[in-house]
Design a protein around this ligand. Structure first.
Ligand SMILES: [Zn+2]
Length: 279
């Protein structure tokens, strides 16, 4: 099915769900974020998220240049697979292996000056060469990949798209949107996953989602054998490379770096319990 066709199906589904929601708000299908237990509104069936992800990922790789730097590619593969392995153990230990059903992991390094990386549903990961100098080494890259993969495991993209769809178009207009505005819906996908969106940094999700991704990410990197204390140093490097141009926290939905670093420091004792240095 084409991307537009899938979007049509999803809108149809969301339209029905939104109507149902008016009647049964309390029973609206919610899922629960691992670790935090927070309830979230995810309107898009995960099967649809996975097939769209696969399409969009393939398209992205076709239109962007993969890095030919063997050292960088090797580092992305090594750290990526270690984090993948940690995530698989984490969900198995917490009886949530269904979170990874349909996952088909891929880790690619793409040539770009952007300081960015993302993970789409299904474990489709891209790291931009621009973030490597900030990551510096495997430990720094493990912070990035732990964090981005945590967003995927916690289904933040689905949540983000669901919220935006309802906020922008409302229930009644959704089925119309797909017929009239396929570009806007594709844009929604892109912005939910930070593809082609230039922030000059990692895509900021909401404050709550960022904190969840930091927290889960610390555990994933620790289980993968990387010292979670590296997260503090990584975010300090991110702050200095941003040149202090970030908006004050009060104006932004995104935790300021100082707040983020303080939170990470508080979570380190817990993360360190999962940490065994890799051989
Ligand atoms: Zn994030």
């Amino acid at each position: 099915m084409s991307f537009a066709g899938r979007i049509a199906m999803i809108h149809n589904y969301i339209f029905k769900t939104a109507c149902l929601a008016l009647l049964t708000v309390a029973f609206l299908s919610c899922s629960t974020v691992p670790l935090t237990g927070r309830r979230q509104l995810n309107l898009i069936p995960s099967s649809e998220m996975l097939s769209m992800s696969s399409d969009q990922y393939g398209q992205f790789l076709k239109s962007n240049k993969k890095s030919t730097d063997p050292k960088g590619v090797q580092m992305v593969q090594t750290v990526g697979h270690r984090i993948q392995n940690a995530v698989e153990r984490y969900v198995a230990q917490n009886n949530m292996s269904d979170r990874l059903s349909g996952y088909n992991w891929e880790f690619n390094l793409v040539e770009s000056k952007e300081v960015n990386a993302w993970c789409m549903p299904g474990g489709k990961v891209v790291v931009y060469t621009g973030i490597l100098p900030v990551a510096r080494d495997e430990q720094g890259l493990a912070v990035v990949l732990g964090h981005e993969i945590a967003h995927a495991i916690a289904e933040h993209g689905n949540e983000r798209m669901s919220q935006q769809l309802l906020a922008q178009y409302g229930g009644a207009a959704l089925s119309e949107l797909v017929k009239d505005k396929p570009q806007e819906t594709q844009q929604l996908w892109m912005s939910a996953f930070g593809v082609g969106v230039q922030y000059g940094a990692l895509l900021p999700f909401s404050r709550t989602q960022e904190s969840e991704a930091d927290h889960l990410g610390l555990i994933f990197m620790s289980m993968a054998g990387y010292d979670p204390r590296g997260a503090v140093e990584f975010w300090q490097r991110m702050t200095s490379q941003a040149g202090g141009g970030a908006p004050p926290e009060i104006l932004s939905d995104h935790p300021a770096d100082a707040t983020r670093i303080a939170q990470i420091q508080q979570e380190l004792p817990e993360a360190l319990k999962y940490y065994t240095p890799k051989k």
